[in-house]
Write a protein that binds this ligand. Sequence first.
Ligand SMILES: [Zn+2]
Length: 512
Amino acid sequence: MSSQKSIPDFTKGNNLPHIIPQPQGVKWGNSYVRLDEFKFEAENIPETICGLYRNTFSFSHAAGKIFRLVNDPLVKAEGYALKINENEISVAAADERGFFYALQTIKQLKLGNLLACVEIEDFPMLGIRGFLLNLATAQMIGFEEVKRIIEMLGKFKINTLVLEYIDKFPFAKHPAISSVAAFSQEEIREFERLAKDNYVDIIPLVQSLGHVHYVLKHPQYRHLLEAEVENAGHEQFCPLNEGAFELFKEMASEIMEAHPRSRYLHIGGDETGSLGKCPECAIAAAEYGKGRLYADYMNKVCAWVKAQGRIPLLWDDILSNLRYLEIADLLDKDAVLMYWDYWTTKSRSPILVARGTGYGIVHDKRWDGEWNRELQEPEKTIVGKFSNGIDMEKELTDFGHLKVFGKYLGEDFPKYVNAFPYVEFYKDKGFKIIGAPSTLGNRIDDTFGLPNYNRFLCNIREFSNKCINEKLLGLVTTAWYNFPPEILSLGIMATGQNTWREGIFEQGRNLY
Ligand SMILES: [Zn+2]
């Protein structure tokens, strides 16, 4: 009788490990190795990396086979080459992130102390692969949850966390702004340390103009308000009030100091609808326009951010708003635009996010009738719940929209438009761009009380593909609203999957 134990055949058929993100090139072997038969060897590899490998696996000092880390400058940035066979295991990379990501892949190949034999050549197709956490809307996310999210980002090879504290930062100079639920300095140091250990860059987001109700609600800052608005969430600073700019600088300085590794600072700048409403701004707007009022202020903010050694990032919506088109010419071209669109789900889309038209998201009204049967899920959801049926050719012409953006919409307009058309517009204006889809983008479109993943996963996938094809800087998936934090897991994995490689999954499986 043989004492040989049977080992699951986990490199075949349904038992193949599903690695997320799916590597660029995989060649499966037909056997497996035991890690305790290997001895660890690394030459000229940073101790932080060697320590990670030693602490993850039980290597044997006495073993005859070698598990080797090798520096190879020919491997692409953040990529790795992994070989596992019966005689040796080798990991080659050109940088620390590459070794860290190879380790994440190996962890997904593990079955107890066994590793599947495989050869993998892998590298990411987007430089910035990120996730945005807004701590004002995500009220359930506390200290432990932020830490778990940072670890999850590293695990799925996401290298960026855009962190918007709002009132959850312990402001030293302006303690009144900090909520009772604010993190401590020590907790924030822990986020930064953990992010570094997981090769995640934290980019802080500090709103410099709009969405500052959390500041303006306090009487001592109320004089910095531009104008009363119906929706308090849209309260903004007065761009001509020096006190507002000073306050922004003091708040941003403290937050940047807490996150010293980031090359970027996100300065917000979205949805500044009450621009030009205070008496002083009204005079300025009448004299030289609201667009210049916005651009002058943002350029001042950008100049300060650059003087701090960082690259400014800002939301794009004001630049593609037809009412303020001059901004795209006036704004500092060093500012990187974060282009948000949470609705587009296919590369040939029946909807257009027509900012500034007054219609919001639009589709040609024939989609409500004669073309309706061509709609697939989740386009039906978008057209039914979020989009306005209009005569696109006529009504967008009247509005002047087509004169500016028509050439970016594609030949099938008005039936279909090229997805994310403002990418080309911003490129033509000389900007660098980061795409921003959403995994949690509204409260009304749910599926049995859960987010409509059917829609959001397609939105993340299509935006990632566009960013890859247009060679943009990267993609950061956003999440809004107050759900249990575990809800973010799928969006994080989808971001890892789609930003790492272009979606080449089977048609059909793509859609649903
Ligand atoms: Zn003003």
